[in-house]
Design a protein around this ligand. Structure first.
Ligand code: MTE
Length: 324
């Protein structure tokens, strides 16, 4: 059953899942990761109960696929959808999948406003052209030093933003996640200020690599990955890729972001993947690529997550040890 109104297609058109591993092996792999956790405690006030199952993902029509991850093996779908950061759904990596039903996506609307000529509140079917979805395989590098190779489905972020006709005062774009503490029990904790909020400089948002994803592996996004729509900014640490967006605002000043507000010395606004600048508590020089194997050796992290050719010029003249 689809959670929102998108054109369903036959199972044979779904992007093939190139890698399949037994669930048990994957769970072992997740346990063996040993990545530095940002928080190990559980969410305050989260009641111990078995949540109702979240609606299953539905197939999407895909218009071509572009590999932007150098031909690497995809991270298995089961890893991408069970090893998550989505603090609204709990702090442990398995919590978002377990608590997926907390996220209510019926009648999803996105409010777009601020410095633009055509502000408005639109339903997801009006915001996203589901007949024009493309697949992009991107690396996603988390600040915790693990990474994945994900076949996202979506549309370029710039194509969406342009329609609202940002004015010359639009220097940045701010994005907010849904605020719903009645259901999203993670929002009853004070670990972050809610709603989760993120921002990009206007030229970053309009860059052709910036992507608004509505699916992965040929299907609608599961809740734990940010249904029904989330950002993917592949040259930045994963926390810039805000999930379950309900508000987009064009602004003149650099907006606050959740992680920067919570720990300004640890999480800068730019958050470009940069192996030469350590997080204050751990190195960013290496990462574990989660490929579904039980043992995932560390590999070198690349500047801008390997997308330097395409994005480095955005930061010409900036001291990237200062603007982290
Ligand atoms: N968006 C919201 N609303 N809440 C979150 O906790 N976590 C971020 C980002 N987007 C987060 C979020 C972090 S830290 C990462 S690494 C990515 O989502 C993880 O995306 P994934 O779970 O799809 O791999």
């Amino acid at each position: 059953m689809a959670r929102f109104n998108v054109p369903a297609i036959g199972a044979t058109e779904i992007t093939p899942e190139t890698v399949f591993l037994q669930r048990r092996r994957l769970l072992q792999a997740a346990v063996a990761l040993g990545a530095a956790g940002m928080a190990g405690c559980s969410v305050d006030n989260a009641e111990a109960e078995t949540p109702a199952a979240a609606p299953p993902a539905s197939a999407l029509k895909v218009n071509g696929s572009t590999d932007m991850a150098g031909g690497e093996n995809l991270t298995p779908e089961e890893v991408i959808t069970t090893y998550n950061n989505f603090y609204e759904l709990g702090l442990d990596k398995g919590d978002p999948a377990r608590n997926a039903s907390w996220l209510k996506t019926d009648n999803w609307q996105v409010e777009v406003g601020g410095a633009c000529a055509k502000p408005g509140t639109v339903g997801i079917e009006d915001l996203i052209d589901y007949n024009a979805l493309e697949e992009r395989v991107y690396r996603l590098r988390c600040v915790e030093a693990w990474s994945m190779v994900v076949p996202w489905l979506g549309v370029p972020l710039g194509d969406i933003l342009k329609r609202f006709e940002p004015t010359s005062n639009a220097k940045y774009v701010r994005f907010d996640t849904i605020l719903d503490p009645d259901n999203l029990k993670g929002q009853r904790s004070s670990i972050l200020q809610w709603p989760y909020t993120e921002g990009l400089r206007m030229d970053e948002a309009m860059h052709p690599l910036s992507f608004m994803a509505v699916g992965l592996y040929g299907k609608t996004l599961p809740a734990q990955n940010g249904a029904p729509l989330r950002l993917v900014v592949p040259w930045k640490y994963g926390y810039k890729s805000i999930k379950s967006i309900v508000r987009i605002e064009f602004v003149e000043e650099q907006p606050d972001t959740s992680w920067n507000l919570s720990a300004p010395h640890e999480y800068g606004f730019y958050s470009n993947v940069n192996p030469t600048v350590s997080h204050p508590r751990w190195s960013q020089a290496r990462e574990r690529r989660l490929d579904g194997s039980v043992i995932t050796p560390k590999i070198n992290t690349l500047m801008f997550n390997g997308y330097a050719d395409q994005v480095a010029s955005l930061y010409d003249g900036m001291d990237l040890t200062k603007y982290t």
